[in-house]
Design a protein around this ligand. Sequence first.
Ligand SMILES: Cc1cc2nc3c(=O)[nH]c(=O)nc-3n(C[C@H](O)[C@H](O)[C@H](O)COP(=O)(O)O)c2cc1C
Length: 186
Amino acid sequence: MQTEKILVAICGASGMIFARSFLRLMWTARQPADGICSEAGRQVLAHELAMAPEDLPGAGHWFSPDDLAAPPASGSSRYLGMVILPCTMGTLAAIASGQSRNLIHRAADVMLKERRPLLLTTRETPLNRIHLENMLRAHDAGATICPPLPGFYLHPKTLEEAADTFSWRLADMLGIGIAGRARWGE
Ligand SMILES: Cc1cc2nc3c(=O)[nH]c(=O)nc-3n(C[C@H](O)[C@H](O)[C@H](O)COP(=O)(O)O)c2cc1C
């Protein structure tokens, strides 16, 4: 069992099923996690899943996005990495331009300056030039751009199973071992 926590931020993009899947996976893998949910994230989570962040499994503590004095705001915090799931174009823009206006932006900025994993599951379609340029800027600063796309080659039978295939990829990128995880060719 891992001892260092991961940080999961939920923004106000469509795709809350992916956030629920990933947090459930962290719960079953006994990987400690803390969360931050933006105000827009709360609204979309309520709309898509009729849930509040506190109803989701897997996060030990939910920080307010306005609390810029919370532990994730400091490089001295011991998070092994951060996932923004789903990540809006607005939060992507804030990160790409270094504007630490809320705790999600600031924590992401900390991950980049400390050279720790930062996974941005950017969700929008279609993408305009500003979105694409911001993704490249964030990539060049050290973030991993990983849009929420399931692996259909694993033949998921439900939307939940499809979301789980993406959660497994995120766990791989963070170095979190998942027992029994399906893989191509195995
Ligand atoms: C139902 C709903 C779905 C949305 N989906 C997206 C989306 O997929 N991608 C996106 O960038 N913004 C989306 N938005 C707009 C964002 O919520 C909005 O830009 C918000 O200010 C983002 O704030 P945040 O980045 O702090 O969460 C959506 C809004 C609503 C109400």
